[in-house]
Design a binder for this molecule. Structure first.
Ligand SMILES: Nc1ncnc2c1ncn2[C@@H]1O[C@H](COP(=O)(O)OP(=O)(O)OP(=O)(O)O)[C@@H](O)[C@H]1O
Length: 569
């Protein structure tokens, strides 16, 4: 409150001028100026919120918080509130321009660095210009082997997206770079990561350039030898198809492959080995498989007693071979690490990187995977900073041609009985009227081996032809089951009906990676996969090579609903 001074002529004047009654307290500027030297007792105190110790209980009007001239809010909170309000306004303004937030449960979609639009346009341009394998600058024998052997069962043969992307790059076609010319500033090794969706033909995408390269190496070496001997190379350099496997008297080259393909399981050694061997019928080179399914004495005989061009192997076995024969990888110029996300995880990584390190003459290192988890992405960036990424646009998505269905186990039909829900789903698949005239093949994925055995028994008790395929299965039985599920379609006798026309394999992740179950149309996910990566590999056993497929997921109250929603989206 302001008081006017009755002794001050200025105050009295101003009251007189405004006509205000003396009860209204006005302090004029002139009064302040006049009182400068001698402050009036009537000026408001700045210390109204302060009370001394003595006055604590003396006067109720001096209670802190009352009689304050500013709100009792600490400066720090006032500032943070202001900042938050500003951020909110900024976020609102930016929300329209920002891309939608990534799905929480599918974070790995962001794992690869985004490709610049211009780079994408350039790549798309030359991908579209390639319609056939003839457009690749490959050796004629390699071209012939693709059409006649590797994809001989198909009526029309055209490269898939990943093949269009990888083959010209790996043979240095569109870059105009000479074959074998190293680009890495650090190590002199060209490193590539091929990442494409499951069943997209990655095996051919890396094996064609590798076979082409080793065959060219062989031809160059032969030319050099002939020149050294003083022969005319042109007279003896027949078409490369006619080249015989060279007979070298010295055994200095024995067992030293030019290329090594590393895969995580012995099942994949057999599968990839078949693809590579199919080229050998036309291109003439030697392939050796190294896995636990092959007796050691046969491996030793095949590998160490003769010249070998390509070795397909599991990492631990190859490592043990290099321990007894340290020069084994000295001639190797090409290494492929298939299923790189497995082979660079914690358990395999030390062995894989050690094997790569042993190749003193390495020219190309090719890593290949259908899924690139963030951890792998980071590790690869630090291990191979100059690595080139050959990535298809549909990486990390469930293909559109695979229909995804969700079955709620807690509904009124099953009351939480998952095994019953699985059996009923299989009955429905058996009766859906598709694959007429053929045996239906269905894969059921579980997380634990024990569940696989138990579920297979239960399904058999319900008259469904189910087998468990786990690490515990007998070796002979494993081969039989795999052959059935990876083989061609099988006709069914007309008198066999319903469920008996269906074969079911109950398995764990052992059959989820790389296994080419191309004639499987239905996959059932009995257990929720441990991660989105496992999900993609499991669903990827159907809908391969552009075919249609169906994946049925059993969900119950323990399944994370957000996860299911993200996958559906
Ligand atoms: N150009 C092509 N045209 C038609 N089919 C092809 C072509 N290339 C490969 N295939 C077929 O596609 C199937 C899947 O190929 P492949 O096993 O190489 O897939 P992938 O990408 O390695 O799958 P995954 O990630 O599951 O290991 C094979 O049966 C193969 O014969």
């Amino acid at each position: 409150m302001l008081r006017f001074s009755a002794q001050c002529s200025q105050c009295l004047n101003s009251i007189g001028r405004t006509g205000m009654p003396p009860s209204i307290f006005v302090r004029s500027m002139a009064h302040d100026a006049a009182q400068k030297k001698r402050p009036s007792r009537l000026v408001l105190s700045n210390k109204v919120a302060f009370y001394g110790k003595k006055k604590r209980n003396a006067d109720p009007y001096t209670i802190p918080g009352l009689n304050r001239r500013t709100a009792n809010i600490p400066e720090r909170i006032l500032n943070s509130n202001k900042e938050r309000a500003e951020k909110r306004t900024d976020a609102k303004a930016n929300s329209k321009s920002k891309p939608p937030r990534p799905m929480k449960h599918m974070k790995m979609q962001q794992a690869l660095a985004p490709v610049a639009r211009t780079a994408r346009n350039v790549a798309q341009g030359w991908i579209q210009s390639l319609d056939s394998f003839d457009d690749f600058e490959l050796l004629p024998s390699v071209q012939q082997a693709i059409v006649e052997e590797a994809l001989g069962s198909l009526e029309t043969v055209a490269p898939t997206a990943v093949q269009k992307l990888a083959i010209p790059t790996l043979i240095g076609q569109h870059t105009g770079r000479r074959r074998g010319e190293a680009t890495s500033r650090r190590s002199g090794v060209e490193t590539y990561l091929i990442a494409a969706e499951t069943g997209s033909g990655k095996t051919l995408a890396y094996s064609v350039p590798v076979i082409d390269a080793i065959k060219r190496q062989e031809m160059e070496e032969q030319e050099l030898e002939q020149q050294e001997r003083g022969e005319n190379p042109s007279s003896t350099a027949a078409a490369d198809t006619d080249l015989e496997i060279p007979v070298v008297e010295t055994n200095a080259l024995d067992g030293k492959p030019r290329a090594v393909i590393i895969v995580p399981t012995s099942e994949l050694v057999a599968q990839v080995g078949d693809v590579i061997k199919s080229f050998g019928h036309v291109v003439k080179f030697r392939t050796t498989l190294v896995s636990r399914d092959i007796p050691p004495e046969i491996i030793r005989k095949r590998l160490l007693g003769r010249i070998v061009d390509v070795v397909v192997c599991t990492p631990h076995l190859l490592n043990s071979l290099t321990e007894t024969n340290p020069a084994l990888l000295s001639r190797c110029t090409h290494i492929v690490v298939d299923e790189a996300d497995s082979l660079f995880d914690r358990s395999f990584s030390p062995v894989t990187t050690a094997l790569i390190g042993q190749c003193a003459n390495l020219k190309k290192l090719i890593l290949c995977s259908a899924t690139i988890p963030r951890s792998l992405d980071t590790r690869l960036r630090s291990l191979y900073p100059d690595m080139k990424r050959l990535v298809t646009p549909n990486l990390h998505v469930v293909p559109r041609r695979v229909q995804l269905q969700i079955v709620d186990v807690d509904n009124n039909l099953y009351h939480g009985d998952k095994q019953l829900a699985c059996a009923d789903t299989l009955y429905t698949i058996a009766k859906d009227g598709t694959e007429e005239g053929f045996i239906k093949k269905v894969i059921v994925f579980v997380n634990e081996r024990e569940t696989a055995t138990g579920l297979a028994e239960y399904l058999r008790s319900k008259d469904i032809d189910a087998v468990a395929f786990t690490r515990d299965s007998l070796e002979r039985k494993q081969t039989e089951i795999l052959e059935l599920f990876t083989g061609a379609k099988q006709d069914v006798a007309p008198d066999i009906v319903g469920r008996q026309r269906m074969k079911v394999m109950v398995t764990t992740d052992i059959a989820s990676r790389g296994v080419d179950t191309k004639t499987v149309k239905n996959v059932v996910l009995f257990d929720k996969p441990q991660s989105s990566i496992d999900l993609i590999h499991r669903i990827g056993r159907t809908g391969r090579a552009g075919r249609r497929g169906r994946a049925v997921m059993l969900v119950d109250k323990r399944t994370n609903k957000g996860w299911v929603k993200d996958i559906k989206t």
